[in-house]
Design a protein around this ligand. Sequence first.
Ligand code: F6R
Length: 618
Amino acid sequence: MCGIVGYVGGGRDAKSVIIEGLRRLEYRGYDSAGVAVVADGRIECRKKAGKVADLEAEIAAHPLDASHLGIGHTRWATHGGPTDVNAHPHVVGGGKLAVVHNGIIENFASLRAELETKGYTFLSETDTEVAGALLFDVYVNQASQDLTRAMQLTAQRLEGAFTLLAIEVGQPDRIVAARWNSPLVIGVGEGENFLGSDVSGFIEFTRDAVEMDNGQIVTLTADGYSITTFDGASAEGKPFRVEWDVTAAEKGGYNSFMEKEIHDQPAAVRDTLYGRFNEEGRLTLDELRIDESVLRSVNKIIIVACGTAAYAGQVARYAIEHWCRIPTEVELAHEFRYRDPIVTEQTLVVAVSQSGETMDTLMAVRHAREQGAKVIAICNTVGSSIPREADAVLYTYAGPEIAVASTKAFISQIVAAYLLALYLAQVRGNKFTDEIRGIIEQLQEMPDKIASVLENADQVRELGQELANSKSVLFLGRHVGFPVALEGALKLKEVAYLHSEGFAAGELKHGPIALVEEGQPVFVIVPSKSSRHSLHAKVVSNIQEVRARGAVTIVIAEEGDEDVVQFANHIIRIPESPGLLQPLLATVPLQIFACAVAEARGLNVDQPRNLAKSVTVE
Ligand code: F6R
């Protein structure tokens, strides 16, 4: 939620660097954008409701002077609607100080009242302008015009979540920033330095980065940076090198990031598997630093996550219970701590998150650890908050996911969770090494199988165009096909604004079948014929039931499955696979379908309305 960029250097024009960073961070929020620079001893600011492109038009109409220092912001509105006035940066102190902010300041109302009694007035409805005014007041009255000290004192008074960046005309060589429960990374260049909500804010200029910890303040100049705690004690960040380069964050010839990321999936699976087992099939999850005796003592697993990541968790539950025989629950992270869950030292909590910044999931992690549970994060963003606060992390190596709708992260979350399950089975002796090796070999075949599903993308796209004007679409699945159905429905809601619902196919006759009328499109995910409990036959019956009531059936079935042909209006073929691995294939056409419907409806596939990529508010 909200993307933040800061630049201080010598050789480049700050606004161009900042605009470039904002474009890459726009997926975090895109209802307004702004930039402020220090030029000739004054702050110049341009901001605009709308996209970064609207800000660029504003700057073209009202140019900004060249400068070597500035801050920028792309917003997902919380306090105050998406207007020009509410857009960041907020310039306070009679034009002397500018701030940008990500997060929510919970005590902003009382701070605002306090500042009003001192004579401050406010132009916007935002909590950010209040934080800026407080910072300015502290800067002038308590911190002897030292911006770092002022930020330390201000940060101590703010409650909630914030990444706050500030520039001040009196100290035109520096940006000072505070981080609390909201992300911030430093980019280290030569004679220039950067700040970003994540590394994509500066990836074009440097791949050397420093992770900041919660409760830290950084003072950034062209020559270096220094970090302190909110109390002013000297502190350190954690340097790391970004493993992907700028091309990974480009569309690469596809119409949208979503389409590109769907096509990245074979590589995402390959990279997530890479280096995690030896030739005998022994898993070596080096980064999973939890003692094996602790893993052996686990008697319950709770997977916490939101949205698509929670559906990945639902898929994983089937594998964990089947392979490890450990009772496993999947809980929406925002519900978890409010229901007083039974968590003990024998509970293993697995937090799944692409961004690693989802506040609901982070809060669930904290709650679980407070109860004594061990927490393993499955995460795609190196150095983000959730893996940092967890006891251990298993990274998914999907590369940067820019489109708001999650695709390759979902697939690689399932793969990572399966690796975790197999590791638990290995440590606890639930499976022999050769059994584990067999499953790993099946997983290793998945990139090619996903690639072959992608070869049929045109068929699915045409279907998307044909059904783009449907009133609603239903998705049915059983067993691991059920969370796949939920994910298919979420994708369609999210990017195509088309009403859709996913159901466990067995639930149909308990109510939802009443929705089916003539012409109703219904996707059905058909399990492998070799699946257990004769699931295949049951799902084939479900197809007949909806077809008999007039549904247009779109059947996702394995190659060679002829039983479904007579009941299918459309068949999308996927390669044969073991039942538990089928979600890695069956989800792909649903992603392509949602993307195609959104395009046919003329929508911005990558930036659906009202959404943001990383949800850093509760
Ligand atoms: C849907 C989607 C969201 C996220 C959810 C969790 O396409 O992207 O439902 O899955 O907001 O986000 P992360 O995985 O970053 O915690």
